[in-house]
Structure formats: C-alpha cells, structure tokens
Write a protein that binds this ligand. Structure first.
Ligand SMILES: [Zn+2]
Length: 294
C-alpha cells in the first residue's frame, strides 16, 4: 500500500471510531433523558403524596384514603434499603425471614401487590431501616431534601402531602420519628401556597397512644410542634374500610410478626377506626383522621 493510501485509510478508520463513539454517547444521553422525563411525568400526575417510613405504613395508616381513589397517589417509602451485608434481626425472624436480604426482597413484592388495585405510583428511597443501621447521622437532613425535591417536581400543581405523626419517644418508632421531623421542617419552612400539608395518625401506634390514655392527639401535636392544627376526618364507608383491611393483609410477613406479638390487626383496625369516627363524626361509618396546620 502506498503511503498516502495508508494515511487515508487510517483517517477513515479513526473518523469511523469517533463517529461510533459519539453515537453511543448520544444514545446513552437520550436514554438518560428519557428515563428522567418518564420519572418527571410519573411524578407530575400524582397530586397526593403519602410519606411512609416503612413499606406497610402508608396502607396501615391511610389505606382508606387510598381506597377512595380520588387522586392518583404517590407513595414515597423511605427506609427500604437492602443492606450490603446480610443481617439477622429478631423482627425479620418473627416475620418469617431467614435474613435481611430475603426480608427486603419479599417486602418490596408485598408492597407492589398491596397497591396493585389502587392507582398508586411507588417511589422507594434508599435509607437503611433502624434494625439494619448503626447510626442516624445525616438521615433526617437528607430526607428533608428528598421531600423538598419531591414537592418541586409538581411545580405549581395543587399538592396534598401527608406525613406521619409523633407519639413521644416511648411509642414512636425511630424511623417514624426521623421522617416526622424531616416532614415538619419542610412544613415549617414552606412558602408555596399550592402545597397542603397533613399529619396522619400512624396505625397501630395511634391505637397504643389512645390506650395509654395520653390525652388528645391534636393537643399533643400542638404542644410538641408549637403549631395549631385542625382535625380533618377522611370519611370511609364500609367497603373502603374493608378494602383497607384487605390491603393491610397483603403485607403478610408483617401481619405474621404482629400475630406473633398477639396483635390481631383486623379486629384492632375495625374497632379502632369505627370508634375513632364516632367521636368525630357520628353520621359516618368510620374514618381516618389527619391534622392540618392552621
Ligand atoms: Zn413503620
């Protein structure tokens, strides 16, 4: 081959490689953009956001609101990380799991199944559960940022966001307390008029709070948070409560753990929600109560 032909072939080969490389980069970027815009579209269509510490808390506490199907719901669950190293805990054992890996895999499936009949978008954050971690440093601040970022994806749309209550350190699970604190910080710093905040009663912790005779939860929250609240009942009919209980039972591993602790969640939920509503609104079959800052 002549020297000039060799140079031309080399130039053509290099150009071909450059074009191929650029094309791959461009298509990767397009894929990334597609994923981001899909995620944005997914979020923007959900006007109700429920912040859930663990995979079962959203349905346990607001399964009735979900069964009303008034808005599309985004269920954001925070403590869903599968630990890098396999861990054995008492809670996973009484839930029927041999270790953390099988527990987290199965619990994610249970969550999908429980929500499959409801118009719910699932968003899971990657924080380790209290039973799997050694320290809490930075989690609350990071969750606060996550909540703010989540709210910002809705731009100017009307958003109804529900976060967990607190019942004091003797009753409240540490993960629920962290999420409550992060939620309250976002609520207190919020300046957007299109975002409406509600505190929900975490079930079954609220049952415990009431049975300990610790007084009225609204008064307790007002004192703890230094904010005035309005009690807002979410009225549920018989079918809506029945669907909530049916969906709670789809978290079968957690039901198994409750049973081993002698807790009959079905009877507890039935009794609690009917009694809860009679105090507030005698005409309705049953209701979930949320607290709106005023
Ligand atoms: Zn929980």
């Amino acid at each position: 081959m002549k020297k000039s032909s060799l140079i031309i072939s080399l130039v053509i080969s290099i150009s071909f490689l450059v074009i191929l490389f650029s094309f791959t980069e461009i298509s990767n970027t397009i894929n990334m953009l597609d994923n981001t815009s899909d995620e944005m579209a997914r979020l923007a269509n959900s006007e109700t956001i429920i912040l859930s510490p663990h995979l079962d808390d959203g349905v346990l506490s607001l399964g009735g609101l979900m069964s009303k199907r008034e808005n599309q719901i985004l269920l954001a669950t925070f403590f869903t990380k599968n630990p890098n190293k396999i861990i054995h805990t008492k809670w996973d054992k009484i839930s029927g799991f041999s270790d953390s890996n099988t527990a987290m895999q199965q619990r994610l499936i249970e969550n999908k199944n429980a929500l499959s009949n409801i118009n719910t978008v699932i968003k899971n954050y990657d924080y380790p559960d209290f039973q799997y971690r050694k320290e809490d440093t930075g989690i609350e601040t990071n969750i606060e940022k996550d909540i703010e970022n989540l709210i910002n994806t809705y731009q100017n749309k009307e958003v109804f966001i529900y976060g967990p209550a607190t019942f004091g350190s003797k009753i409240t699970h540490p993960d629920h307390q962290i999420l409550h604190n992060a939620f309250m910080n976002v609520l207190k710093n919020n300046t957007k008029i299109n975002v409406h905040f509600f505190i929900y009663e975490d079930f079954p912790y609220v049952y415990e709070f009431n049975s300990f005779g610790l007084g009225n939860l609204k008064t307790y929250l007002e004192k703890t948070e230094n904010i005035k609240f309005e009690e807002v009942p979410i009225e549920l009919n018989k079918a809506e409560l029945a669907e909530k209980i049916e969906n709670i039972y789809k978290y079968s591993s957690q039901i198994k753990a409750f049973v081993s602790l002698n807790e009959n969640i079905k009877n507890l939920a039935q009794k609690f929600y009917q009694k809860r509503c009679k105090t507030i609104l005698p005409t309705s079959y049953t209701c979930e109560i949320v607290y709106k800052p005023i």
